[in-house]
Design a protein around this ligand. Structure first.
Ligand SMILES: NC(=O)c1ccc[n+]([C@@H]2O[C@H](COP(=O)([O-])OP(=O)(O)OC[C@H]3O[C@@H](n4cnc5c(N)ncnc54)[C@H](OP(=O)(O)O)[C@@H]3O)[C@@H](O)[C@H]2O)c1
Length: 244
């Protein structure tokens, strides 16, 4: 029996590489899925079509997650469409490369504005609205444990959400809501392609000697939001193929 029948999931960045795989995986388990997107309506609509073609339910909703009023609108519209919210996967993310000396205030605002503030605003709405036994999953990065030169803003913003998620897990546990982090290692998506990282060198960091695929991450998220994972909260799952 599918795990998530009658559950409603919001996946931020559902138009992207890892996010679209998460949307499709949760829909496979029976969840009704809100495919959030930033700028790529076409990609989000493709994900919705795939889910609907397989007999599932999904809608696409645009929001700039750095603005609280847009995050509230995302959650309001999701509730209006599906009546309730059970699962929130905070997956939308961005990075700007460069040393601390090279990067500037605008870079900080861009990366922290989405990765840290956007995730915080979504956690806030999730904490206020989620049903008992709900699930909040934040997508971080293995770079928090294995930092790299030139990624200070990205690593710092991801470290922030890991800690905020841990604190939130203590605040919502009395409603049996879990808050966990899933940290991918190098995963074959547009973000990875644009990162300037050498794919072969990155693949060599895993004992499996390959890059992660979005489905590798989506399967971990499907476990974390399932009832099987009800006793684990405030935890970081390293989903990097042994990368860390
Ligand atoms: N790929 C990797 O190697 C890797 C490794 C570790 C962690 N991660 C993390 O995994 C998550 C997904 O990454 P990915 O590789 O799948 O990247 P991706 O394909 O570039 O997708 C990024 C997603 O974030 C959304 N987004 C970007 N800026 C936004 C904004 N200002 N407002 C709202 N949405 C915005 C994008 O929406 P639009 O395209 O619609 O604008 C897109 O759906 C990120 O949090 C990333 O940090 C990735």
């Amino acid at each position: 029996m599918a795990e998530l029948v009658n559950k409603v999931a919001i996946v931020t960045g559902g138009s992207g590489g890892i996010g679209s795989a998460i949307c499709e995986r949760l829909a496979e388990e029976g969840a009704k899925v809100v495919v959030h997107y930033g700028g790529h309506a076409d990609s989000a609509n493709d994900v919705v079509s795939k889910i609907k073609d397989s007999g599932g339910e999904a809608i696409a909703i645009q929001a700039n997650l750095s603005h609280s009023e847009e995050v509230i609108k995302l959650f309001d519209q999701s509730q209006q469409q599906f009546g309730t919210i059970d699962i929130v996967v905070n997956n939308a993310g961005t990075g700007v490369g460069g040393s601390v000396a090279e990067t500037d205030e605008a870079d900080f605002d861009k990366v922290f504005g989405l990765n840290a503030k956007g995730t915080f605003l979504c956690m806030k709405e999730a904490a206020r609205r989620l049903n008992n036994n709900g699930r909040i999953v934040n997508i971080s990065s293995g770079l928090v444990v294995r930092p790299m030169v030139g990624f200070s803003l990205y690593c710092g913003s991801k470290a922030a959400i890991e800690m905020m998620g841990k604190v939130l897990s203590m605040e919502v546990g009395d409603r049996s809501i879990t808050v966990n982090t899933v940290s991918p290692g190098p995963t074959e998506t547009e973000m990875f392609a644009n990162s300037g990282d050498d794919p072969q060198a990155a693949a060599a960091l895993s004992p499996f000697k390959r890059l992660g695929q979005p489905k590798d991450i989506a399967d971990v998220v499907a476990f974390v939001v399932s009832d099987q994972c009800r006793w684990i909260t405030g935890h970081t799952f390293q989903a990097g193929g042994g990368y860390v």
